[in-house]
Ligand binder design. Sequence first.
Ligand SMILES: [Zn+2]
Length: 319
Amino acid sequence: MTATDLPAPSLGLDIGGSKVHGLVLDGHSRVLAQRVRPTEHGDAGVLTSAVSVARECLALAGLDAVALSGVGVGIPGRIDHRGGVVHTAVNLGVDRLELGPLLSDALGGVGVAVDNDVKVTALGAADHLGRPDADLTYLNFGTGVSAATLAGGRLVRGGGNLAGEIGHFPIDLTAGRCGCGQYGCIEVFAGGGQITRRLAGLAVPVTLAGLLQAADSGDADAVAEAARIATGIAAAVHLVVLAHGSTAVVLGGGVIRTAPGLVDLVRKRLDEQAALSEFVASLDLAGRITVLPAEHPLAAIGAALVGRGVPPRPMIAVA
Ligand SMILES: [Zn+2]
């Protein structure tokens, strides 16, 4: 590839419940400039935050918006990625926001692509691992649990962009009830919302950050809870490997960041399952797990990758 084949820089925005992380990425996937600021909530607030961070990043990089090959946004919630519309992002106080078109208008008509934050993180993870054409799944253990799979480097979306909602796959019908109405979903075991509620209700309440230490010191409730979470994470790994044949399974999200030691328990759990089954042993589930450095802005980088080559928005309405 010659220098002239390289895409022009693109801008990525990772819009989370507490902060917006923006960066400009060049054609070699090098970060030229980045900026983080708190997220204002509500439709107008999210748009204002996005526009501010985008403009600050461009100023830092010394670029005009028209010089970009496009803008990508990763944001939680149900996303119509074709229209750039965010539906029901509860943590951001957004009910329905035409973020793509509005952000494009604010940036002089540059093309804007909007996608779910977990999906853009999968792209960022593949880029970080130097495997842009990977068969890879990113598993996000946040308040809820969801997955984003790349098959040969391309996002698996399915009808209605549904693919990846594996948090609501039931793994134990005798376990507790999920917010979705089913019993024993993966999210019941390993979703941060359910974990936090359970830990606060223990005879000796403990935080997730302190859970493994409490387990190590012999607290039986903590041991059981750590095993429960590891079971949920292990089931998610097992599921995506069987469903998609992902050669790399990247773990991330608040639960993993807060208690990284859980990953050792997950590997142990998968090794125990492998010891019972030659078939499972042949899958080498534990060996497929990767944990990426938490400080690396994978979602913002993935967003910038999504933004590469998005066509500009037509500024003249067609009758
Ligand atoms: Zn559920």
